[in-house]
Design a protein around this ligand. Structure first.
Ligand SMILES: O=C(O)CCC(=O)C(=O)O
Length: 205
């Protein structure tokens, strides 16, 4: 996997994004490998005091010693699959970062979604980018500013397509929120992989 020739960049107060369209080599094959290799689960989340199924399937994959909590869930990491190791290696070549964890989301169709949030949990290395790889159906990815730093900045909508790599560089997670809204017309599924660097003594660049 080599970086595509074209890199698109967005800059705004507190926001830095880079997009490599069609970055994944052999994206069709990687999609079907990940559909089969990953132990996908539908977790439950507590919303307004009630337990509800998450509107997507997920899996958390990480090196030994990386613990991570999100949406109130303590995530037991799964081992790296062959396809994930290939993509992680290619990210290292493109970005110069070696990620020690990845959160996988599987949106079965356009009624699966993710609400507004930032990837700003204290376990994450704040100097590291978040590298988001998309496979399958194209979906709109939305960002909006939060707090004073983002005042006056307009929300942004990107269309993330099969094989795209989106990198959210620091300090984006501190000043912006992102979401994947429902798109009821979308019938195909989409996988998204967000590679992260958890702070551990072994997790340095
Ligand atoms: O599916 C996406 O593109 C977004 C995923 C996301 O926001 C996350 O994993 O934190």
């Amino acid at each position: 996997m080599e970086p595509a020739g074209r890199i698109l960049c967005w800059q705004a107060p507190g926001l830095a994004l880079r997009l490599w369209p069609d970055w994944v080599e052999d994206a069709d094959r990687q999609l079907s490998r990940l559909q089969q290799e990953i132990p996908w689960r539908q977790e439950a989340i507590i919303l307004f005091g009630r337990s509800r199924p998450m509107p997507r399937l997920t899996c958390w994959v990480a090196d030994d010693g990386c613990t991570y909590r999100y949406s109130g869930l303590a995530n037991e990491p799964q081992p790296w699959s062959a396809a994930l190791l290939e993509i992680r290696k290619a990210l290292e070549t493109t970005l110069g970062w070696r990620f020690n964890s990845v959160l996988l989301n599987r949106y079965r169709d356009g009624s699966d979604a993710m609400g507004w949030h930032a990837d700003d949990e204290p376990e994450l290395e704040p100097q590291a980018p978040i590298a988001s790889v998309s496979l399958g159906a194209s979906r709109s990815f939305r960002l909006k500013p939060r707090g004073r730093r983002g005042e006056g900045a307009e929300p942004i909508t990107l269309e993330l397509s099969h094989g795209d790599l989106l990198v959210m560089d620091p300090p984006t997670q501190r000043h912006w929120l992102h979401a994947l809204p429902r798109r009821l017309r979308v019938r195909q599924e989409r996988l998204n992989l967000t590679f992260r660097l958890i702070r551990t003594p072994a997790g340095a660049r």
